[in-house]
Structures are given as structure tokens and as C-alpha cells.
Design a protein around this ligand. Structure first.
Ligand SMILES: Cc1cc2nc3c(=O)[nH]c(=O)nc-3n(C[C@H](O)[C@H](O)[C@H](O)COP(=O)(O)O)c2cc1C
Length: 431
């Protein structure tokens, strides 16, 4: 089986789909947090920056807004949309990191004082709080700061750093904020063991089941240089893999060439062509039973050139690209859908369609019959590169249920909930 070596060995991404609050307090090190925002976004987390008034003296909120793609928040009284930001912000997040954390901020939260937005939301939180102190060495060593530190740790706050070295004031000692890359490493370890907010309702729903998921595009070679592929990003399949892992399933994710990190806990197999994907799926399905699930999310090429030219097909020489002879690729969804009942997992197919979502019913009905699926999910293409949200419908052979526009992570969770419910009804087990 050909593998896409570019993506092999890519580490699982603990940041993907995470929403973090980055608190910034008033210290010289605030400028380093601009880099921290960039690094977190690069790793596919979303970041809401909350600044203290003092922090805005060091870095403009505009800089953080531009970097994070969301307005940086300062005022606890501001915001028409969100009347209670001091509570709501942390409810929507996976965790709060405060970097730099000033001596005064540490004192405020150790004492339970809440006169600014950041301290209020740290007090009203249900999520982890990580802080990266930064201050002059004397401020750090002062018994008041050290007493606050002890108290914060007792309250469950996790403290990263500070480091020792030359300080902005010219003195040398303890009190330097950890570098952004060091904070990212700490965060990664913390997030690896932290359940996703979206995934909490899924716990245990698919325990003891195997799940095979295909994701992304396939890629068919015309000659050593050219390929035919499609616009699938693979994101939906990867979100589903993450949701199924969270639901307790053992997940094998068979991915075409995509630029996505492997969800934590999923076993990934990389393929290029539809034929390779077919082989990988049939090998994975061989271990499955009727209790297991197959999600056919990949956008598999229907056709491939009958022969792949060994040299680049030249313009104007011979028959050229216009005369290529095509042959049909295996229909993976149909192959699994028509397996004998004993060996056949519960089969969920995805169908990308163009046009109006309300009009795709008849197309889904035809596909449903042809493919032998248990459930068909229709979504509207063409895919916009990197698109993180989708509008979908679910068709079970009789009823079409619309799924409102939501992030792909939310859609994945909703689909896993729906499928778990259907499996439970089918198997007649107790709730
Ligand atoms: C130039 C300058 C640099 C400062 N650097 C720090 C610092 O690195 N760490 C710190 O704890 N306080 C520092 N302070 C003091 C804080 O800005 C001050 O205590 C402020 O009230 C903190 O407010 P906040 O915790 O709401 O952000 C600095 C003050 C100034 C004027």
C-alpha cells in the first residue's frame, strides 16, 4: 500500500479544536504573549485574549485582536452580545492561561478579589488555570508573593516558571516568564490529558466498539508529475475520529493526503489512491463485527486513469492528456455496505452535494439504496479550503433530519450521539 510519507510521524495534536483564554497582565513580558497567540493558532487552537488595564499599557489590544482574530477583551462591563463575560467566557473554554501573570494579579486571585474581568473569570471558572509569573526577582522572592504562590497552588492553580536569568530591569535572578515555546510544551502536556468540552457528553457511548473512518481526498496519478484530486480537507473525518475516541471506541483513521494532525488516541493509516484506501478499509473491517462502525467520510475519486504514464505526458505530443482512458475506482462505501450481515459494521456514508441543502433529499435516497448504508449524511460542497463549519442533513432511509450550521467539531459530536442512540435502539439495550 502506498503511503503518504509527508504526513507519517506527525504527532497527535492536543490543541486541535481547543478553545483557550489567554490572560495578559501588566508586565514587560506581555509582548512575548503575542508570539504565544500565534503559536497556539498555528496548532489549531482558538484563543480569546483577556487583558488587564495595565496590560494595555504594554501592548495594544488591537495587536492581540489582530493576531487572535477575536476582539481582545478588557472591560468587565463591556460587550453587548455577552452580558456576563466574567462567567460565560470560561464556560466556553477548555482552560485559562495567564501569561505574563503579574505579582498583583497573583495577589488578587489568591485573595479572591475580582475588580477586573480577568480576575473575575479566573474566580468564576470551572476549567484549569495555568499561570506563567513574570516579575522582578525581588518581587518574586518577596514573602507576600511566595505566600500567594503557595495559596494559589492550594487552590489548584498550576504555575509554570518563572525562569532565572537577566531581567528587563537589568537585574539577574528568578522572575523571567517562560518563553512562548516552553509554555506551548507545558500546555500540550496539560491538554493531552484534558477532556474536550464538546466531548464530555460522549463519554463511554461507544465503549468496546471498533470504529473505522476514512477521511480526506484521494489522489490519482496521471503521470509522474500530475495527479487528479479534490478539495476535501479531511477535517470532518478527523473531528469524527476525535469524537469517537472520546466516546471510548478504538479508532482506525484511514486518511488521504491531508495537512491535519492525528487526533489523540486514534490509529492512523495514510493512503494516497482510492485503491489503497479500499485495501486499507477492507483490512480494517476484517476485524469488525455488527457492533462496530464504519464512517465513509473520505471524498474518494470515482475514476482513475487506466494506465499511469511512466514519463510526463507532453503537450502536443501523441494523444496527450485529453485522450486519457479512465476506469472506475472501487466504491468503498458500497463494498462495506453490501458485506454479509455478520461481518458488516454499522455503515454511515457521507455525500457531498452541490446546490441547496433542502433539495438534496432525492439524491440521498438514490445513493442510500445503491450504497447499502445504514445512514447517509449529506453536506453541501464545494469545500472551502480549511472550512471549519458545515450544514448537513442525516437520512436514514425514511426521514431526512437537518443539522443546523455548526462547527465540524460540534457536528461530529452530534453525529456520534445520534449514531450511539440508533445503535442502542437497534441492539435493544438499556439506556
Ligand atoms: C514599566 C513597568 C513594568 C512592569 N513590569 C512588571 C512585571 O514584569 N511584573 C509585575 O508583576 N509587575 C510589573 N509592573 C507593575 C504592574 O504593572 C502593576 O503592578 C500593575 O498594577 C499590574 O496590574 P495587573 O495585574 O492588573 O495587570 C510594571 C510596571 C511598570 C510601570
Amino acid at each position: 500500500m502506498a503511503t503518504c510519507s509527508r504526513w507519517q510521524g506527525v504527532r497527535a495534536n492536543a490543541f486541535a479544536g481547543r478553545h483557550l483564554i489567554l490572560g495578559v497582565t501588566g508586565g514587560i513580558a506581555a509582548y512575548k504573549s503575542c508570539d504565544l497567540v500565534r503559536r497556539l493558532l498555528e496548532r489549531e487552537a482558538s484563543v480569546q485574549v483577556v487583558m488587564t488595564e495595565a496590560a494595555t499599557r504594554f501592548v495594544s489590544p488591537l495587536t492581540f485582536s489582530a493576531l487572535s482574530g477575536r476582539p481582545a477583551m478588557v472591560d468587565p462591563w463591556g460587550g453587548v452580545e455577552n452580558q456576563m463575560p466574567h462567567i460565560a467566557l470560561s464556560r466556553e473554554s477548555d482552560g485559562i492561561i495567564v501569561a505574563p501573570a503579574s505579582a498583583d494579579f497573583m495577589s488578587r486571585i489568591a485573595m479572591g478579589q475580582t475588580q477586573d474581568l480577568l480576575s473575575s473569570l479566573c474566580l468564576a471558572r470551572e476549567v484549569p488555570l495555568w499561570i506563567a509569573p513574570a516579575m522582578n526577582r525581588q518581587m518574586w522572592m518577596h514573602p507576600a508573593t511566595q505566600a500567594n504562590l503557595t495559596r494559589l497552588r492550594e487552590h489548584g492553580v498550576v504555575v509554570w516558571g518563572p525562569a532565572s536569568g537577566e531581567q528587563a530591569c537589568g537585574e539577574v535572578g528568578d522572575g523571567r516568564m517562560l518563553e512562548p515555546h516552553e509554555l506551548v510544551t507545558h500546555l500540550e502536556s496539560a491538554l493531552e490529558v484534558l477532556p474536550h468540552q464538546d466531548h464530555l457528553p460522549l463519554r463511554g457511548l461507544l465503549s468496546g466498539r471498533r470504529v473505522v473512518i476514512t477521511a480526506g481526498p484521494t489522489l490519482e496519478a496521471l503521470d509522474p508529475i500530475r495527479v487528479i484530486t479534490n478539495r476535501s480537507s479531511g477535517r470532518m473525518g478527523f473531528e469524527l475520529a476525535a469524537a469517537c475516541v472520546a466516546a471510548g471506541a478504538s479508532v482506525r483513521l484511514i486518511a488521504g493526503p491531508v495537512a491535519l494532525r492525528t487526533p489523540m488516541g486514534a490509529e492512523r493509516v495514510d493512503v494516497e489512491t482510492a485503491a489503497d484506501m479500499h485495501l486499507a478499509v477492507m483490512a480494517a473491517i476484517a476485524d469488525c463485527s455488527g457492533r462496530d462502525l464504519f464512517w465513509a467520510v473520505a471524498a474518494v475519486a470515482d475514476w482513475r486513469p487506466q494506465t499511469v504514464a511512466s514519463e510526463k505526458i507532453q503537450k502536443g505530443a501523441g494523444p496527450g492528456l485529453g485522450q486519457l482512458v479512465w476506469e472506475e475506482n472501487p466504491d468503498i462505501l458500497s463494498a462495506v455496505g453490501h458485506l454479509p450481515a455478520k461481518a458488516r459494521p454499522y455503515v454511515i456514508g457521507f455525500a457531498a452535494e452541490t446546490g441547496d441543502l433542502s433539495q438534496i433529499g432525492p439524491k440521498l435516497e438514490t445513493k442510500f439504496k445503491r450504497k447499502g448504508a445504514d445512514l447517509l449524511v449529506g453536506n453541501i460542497g464545494p469545500e472551502v479550503a480549511g472550512q471549519a463549519a458545515a450544514e448537513m442533513v442525516v437520512f436514514d432511509g425514511q426521514t431526512t433530519t437537518p443539522m443546523p450550521h455548526a462547527s465540524k467539531s460540534e457536528q461530529a459530536c452530534s453525529l456520534v450521539l445520534q449514531v450511539a442512540r440508533r445503535l442502542r435502539d437497534r441492539e435493544g439495550s438499556c439506556p
